[in-house]
Design a protein around this ligand. Structure first.
Ligand SMILES: [Mn+2]
Length: 328
């Protein structure tokens, strides 16, 4: 942290671009706007449009980001991902980029990790926003109300409304709330998607189609939707599944979103990203990764979709059985 903050200080006047991942979420955009306030000569870029929730933040800020184009800068900051796959159409441009690259992220290091000159990748952080906030505190940089709201949105969203938060997160949230006159419910509303009927239909369809297997006291659910697979996987966990795998075999690629009930990471020592979805990503001839409790895989091998869905269940059952045997 100290080393990176010193380096940040040394480049703060240079022409910089802050690149957020494809389908930028509130954490990616929130951390990007906060970092941008520190870097005097910088702007934010992405390969495609941010998610609906992130666009809501953009509207609130009355701000825009650049989509696509050249990396016309001396220093490139990549936020909230360490995988080339997540950079969308800008991945190749980043590979060819000749300037300095900083990587700031809170995901586990991806096998196809982005080459960077300076990296701060720490999966103990629940969000890149919190990591950037700690960096700015280290730099004694006073953030304004606007950036405080951005960081709050990023932290709230990536901690799943504090479900995965730790003591430090609450300390940081309290400090950030102290910098804005906006009341917490209003900020929370900023992080909530506007009512979307197609999403609600997708979630209900996921429930209707769900197949559930029981292994001891654990319930493993799988389902298929046409879109919103990650929301659907979260919904299945909310209503009772311990593990949820929701797939979407779209026109261009097959995607599977995986979720595990939060407390099981400690209880079972299972990591969905490294022990399940990385393998499933290879089956789909793409990639897989993410976090212990929230992971995903995608690839262009759409014919292997069913096999990949079954692989999710088989691998999870194997992990659970191994755990049960270890107890005996
Ligand atoms: Mn994040």
């Amino acid at each position: 942290m100290k080393a990176i903050s010193a380096l940040l200080n040394s480049v703060k006047g240079e022409k910089a671009l802050i690149l957020v991942h494809s389908l930028a979420d509130l954490d990616a955009l929130g951390s990007a706007f906060a970092l941008q306030s520190f870097l005097r000569n910088s702007s934010i870029i992405a390969s495609d449009m941010p998610t609906a929730k992130a666009r809501k933040l953009l509207k609130f800020l009355n701000s825009e980001i650049s989509v696509g184009g050249k990396l016309n800068c001396d220093v490139l900051f990549i936020l909230d991902t360490n995988s080339y796959d997540m950079l969308g159409e800008l991945a190749d441009t980043v590979k060819k980029f000749k300037g300095k690259i900083f990587l700031l992220d809170h995901h586990s290091i991806h096998p196809d990790s982005i080459r960077a000159d300076h990296l701060l990748v720490d999966n103990r952080y629940l969000s890149t926003s919190e990591l950037v906030y700690e960096l700015l505190k280290e730099l004694k940089f006073e953030i304004s109300e606007r950036e405080a709201v951005c960081l709050l949105c990023g932290i709230i969203d990536d901690s799943a409304n504090f479900k995965n938060a730790n003591r430090k997160t609450f300390e940081n949230i309290a400090k950030l709330l102290g910098k804005t006159h906006l009341e917490y419910p209003l900020i929370l509303r900023l992080t909530e998607p506007d009512d979307d009927i197609s999403q609600r239909i997708a979630l209900l369809t996921a429930c209707k189609r769900a197949e559930v297997e029981r292994l001891g006291n654990y319930l493993i659910a799988k389902s298929i939707v046409g879109s919103f697979e990650s929301k659907a996987a979260e919904a299945l966990i909310t209503i009772g599944a311990d593990f949820a795998f929701v797939g979407c075999n779209s026109k261009d690629e097959a995607r599977i979103s995986a979720r595990m009930r939060g407390r099981l990471e400690k209880e079972l020592g299972i990591n969905l990203a490294t022990q399940v979805m990385e393998k499933v990503g290879r089956t789909l001839k793409g990639s897989g990764g993410g976090h212990a409790c929230a992971a995903g895989a995608d690839g262009h091998n759409r014919d292997a979709f069913e096999e990949a869905m079954n692989e999710c269940i088989t691998l999870t059952k194997e992990l659970l059985e191994r755990k049960a045997n270890a107890k005996i």
